[in-house]
Write a protein that binds this ligand. Structure first.
Ligand code: URA
Length: 282
């Protein structure tokens, strides 16, 4: 019998792996369903659907994805406290530094009240590769820099494996202040930060955008599909102010890889594909 802590860990693992929606009341063992039926008089179970058992293959990587609707269409336009909307504040910034200053003035995300520091970007604002992660953790909150804790160390090693480092990429997040206790960001917190995330992509205008983990992927691709299904595939990201769609790939979050090292092989394949795309567009 699992104790409560193990059950929560198991649930957390599933959510990180992309199983973020409940589709039935009882768990289903898909492997048992697709195994040859044991001799029995009872009817054979229905075969598992391909989606239930098949991991995405590299050949699926060109699957197009409809461009996401820009956040201007979202029902909620967070205010800054001074009457200016987040969209207006973000839109007025024309450099990464101006966007940083705009965020310093922005009071429309309640997480700012509990966080120690604003955590915006690290790396090279001129980079051809922009990576968007999830939200700052404890170490990021302390230092005011994204990806400087254990997951960040692994991200650095992942980048090094394709010849990149923080001098050649720009790293940021979907959320700019640490959610207390590292809980998942709430939808209104994501909505509050989104105009700034979109403006960052517009300003940096990267050759390739990489979405690190399920939350960045769901937010910027406006999808409910999980990272398990979407990682390693090419999509596009575009806003009305951009002159062209940016090739965009979701990858596994390094925090997930620390918990599930068996997925590192797939993560490495995705990185190789990113390197190929960067070289191709040089
Ligand atoms: N995880 C993230 O997604 N971002 C960070 O900055 C740190 C950990």
């Amino acid at each position: 019998m699992m104790d409560r802590r193990n059950m929560i860990e198991a649930l957390r693992w599933q959510v990180e792996a992309g199983a973020a929606e409940a589709v039935g009341e009882a768990p289903a063992d898909r492997f048992a369903e697709s195994a040859p039926p044991a001799p029995s008089m009872s009817p054979a179970p229905a075969p598992a659907t391909p989606e239930a058992v098949a991991a995405p293959t590299p050949s699926e990587t060109s699957t197009p994805h409809p461009p996401r609707a820009p956040s201007q269409t979202s029902p909620r336009a967070p205010f800054t406290g001074s009457g200016t909307t987040a969209h207006e504040l973000a839109a007025a910034a024309n450099t990464v530094e101006e966007l940083h200053q705009a965020l310093e003035r922005f009071d429309g995300c309640a997480l700012k009240l509990t966080a120690t520091n604003l955590v915006f970007c690290d790396g090279n604002p001129e980079a051809r590769l922009l990576m968007i992660g999830e939200a700052p953790g404890a170490e990021e909150d302390r230092q005011g820099k994204p990806f400087v804790g254990p997951a960040g160390k692994l991200l650095d090693r992942m980048l090094a494996s394709i010849g990149l480092d923080r001098g050649s990429v720009l790293i940021s997040n979907t959320i700019y202040w640490r959610p207390p206790g590292n809980r998942n960001p709430a939808p209104d917190e994501v909505a509050a930060c989104l105009p700034f995330v979109e403006r960052l992509v517009e300003i940096v205008d990267p050759a390739v955008l990489v979405l690190v983990g399920g939350i960045a992927t769901k937010t910027l691709l406006a999808t409910n599909d999980g990272i398990m299904k979407l990682h390693g595939r090419w999509f596009t990201f575009e806003t009305p102010r951009m002159s062209r769609p940016v090739p965009t790939m979701p990858i596994y979050h390094p925090a997930f890889l620390l918990r599930s090292p068996g997925q590192k092989r797939a993560a490495w394949r995705d990185l190789i594909e990113i390197r190929r795309r960067l070289a191709e567009s040089a």
